[in-house]
Design a protein around this ligand. Structure first.
Ligand code: COA
Length: 260
C-alpha cells in the first residue's frame, strides 16, 4: 500500500496505520480521508490482519481535526456530502469486524476526536488532548461526534465538551471514560501493540463475534442485543476453536486456535 498522507505497516497480525501530515498536525483533508477509506478496505479483505492500531505521525498530534482550509470552502450542499463521506468512512472503521485501537499520541480534536471515537478501544499518551472545538468555527461535529461521544461519556458531559469547545487533557479523558488507559508518551505504542498482540493470540472467530455483539448496542434494543448475543454464543460453540479452547483448559495446556 503506497499513500501520500498515511503510512501502513504490519507486524505479525497487527496492522499499524499512521496518519502522516505532521506539518498540518495530521488534519484530515479529502485525500487523507480517501486514503483511509482505501486502506481500511484493504485491511477488511486481508485475512492475515487481525487487529488494527491507528495513531498520528510526529509528537504533537493524533489528528487535529478536519482540514480547516477545505472546510472554509464548503457551502450548504457540499457540506452535507462532506459530513456524510466522513460519517460513512468512520462507520466502516467501527464496523470493520476486527478490533481497531486508537493510540492517541497528541491532539485529538474535532474529526480527530471523532476518529478515536469510531475506534473500539482508546489508549492515550499523557500528552494527548481531546476536544470537539467545532463551535469555535461556527459549525458542529459532523463525523459522528455528537452521537458517539454522547453514548460513550454521558449527555451532560458530551454537551459540555461540544458546547464549550473546551480541550481536556488525557487524565480528564480517562476520568470521564473517553479513554481506557493513559501511558507515558514513550510507552504508548508498545502498550497498544501489546494489547493488539494479546487480542491476536485468541481465536479470531470469538474475537470478531464478541466485537459484533458489543457494537450492536449502538443500534439494537436490549432484547434484540441479547438475542444476537445468544446467536453468536451458539455459533462459537460450533467452531473448532471452541473445542480447542475448552479442551486446552481441561488438559492444562495453552490453546492452539486455528480460527475455524
Ligand atoms: N486544519 C488545517 N490545518 C491545521 C489544522 C486543521 N484542523 N490544525 C492545525 N493545522 C495546521 C496549522 O494551520 C499550522 O499550519 P502552518 O504551519 O502551515 O500555519 C500547523 O498545522 C501547525 O498548527 P499550529 O496552529 O501552528 O500549532 P499550535 O501548536 O500553535 O496549535 C492547535 C495547535 C491544535 C491548538 C491548533 O492547531 C488548532 O487549534 N487547530 C485546529 C483545531 C480544530 O479546530 N479542529 C477542529 C476542526 S473541525
Amino acid at each position: 500500500m503506497n499513500y501520500s498522507n498515511i503510512l501502513f505497516e504490519q507486524k505479525n497480525h497487527v496492522g499499524i496505520l499512521i496518519i502522516n501530515r505532521p506539518d498540518k498536525l495530521n488534519a484530515l483533508n479529502d485525500k487523507t480521508l480517501d486514503e483511509l477509506h482505501d486502506c481500511f478496505s484493504s485491511i477488511n479483505n486481508d485475512k492475515d490482519i487481525y487487529v488494527v492500531i491507528i495513531t498520528g505521525s510526529g509528537e504533537k498530534a493524533f489528528v487535529a481535526g478536519a482540514d480547516i482550509s477545505e472546510l472554509n470552502k464548503l457551502d450548504k450542499d457540499s457540506a452535507k456530502k462532506f459530513s456524510e463521506k466522513g460519517q460513512s468512512i468512520f462507520y466502516s472503521i467501527e464496523n470493520l469486524g476486527k478490533p481497531v485501537i486508537a493510540a492517541v499520541n497528541g491532539f485529538a480534536l474535532g474529526g480527530g476526536c471523532e476518529l478515536a471515537l469510531a475506534c473500539h478501544i482508546r489508549y492515550a499518551s499523557d500528552k494527548a488532548k481531546f476536544g470537539q472545538p467545532e463551535v469555535n468555527l461556527g459549525i458542529i461535529p459532523g463525523y459522528g461526534g455528537t452521537q458517539r461521544l454522547t453514548r460513550l461519556i454521558n449527555p451532560g458531559r458530551s454537551a459540555e465538551m461540544i458546547l464549550s469547545a473546551d480541550i481536556i487533557d488525557a487524565n480528564e479523558a480517562y476520568r470521564i471514560g473517553l479513554v481506557s488507559k493513559v501511558f507515558p508518551a514513550d510507552e504508548l505504542m508498545n502498550k497498544a501493540i501489546e494489547l493488539a498482540e494479546k487480542i491476536s493470540s485468541k481465536g479470531q472467530i470469538a474475537i470478531s463475534l464478541a466485537l459484533k455483539s458489543v457494537i450492536s448496542t449502538e443500534e439494537l434494543t436490549d432484547t434484540e442485543g441479547q438475542k444476537l448475543e445468544s446467536d453468536m454464543f451458539a455459533y462459537c460453540c460450533g467452531t473448532e476453536d471452541f473445542k480447542e479452547g475448552t479442551s486446552a483448559f481441561l488438559e492444562k495446556r495453552k490453546p492452539n486456535f486455528k480460527n475455524s
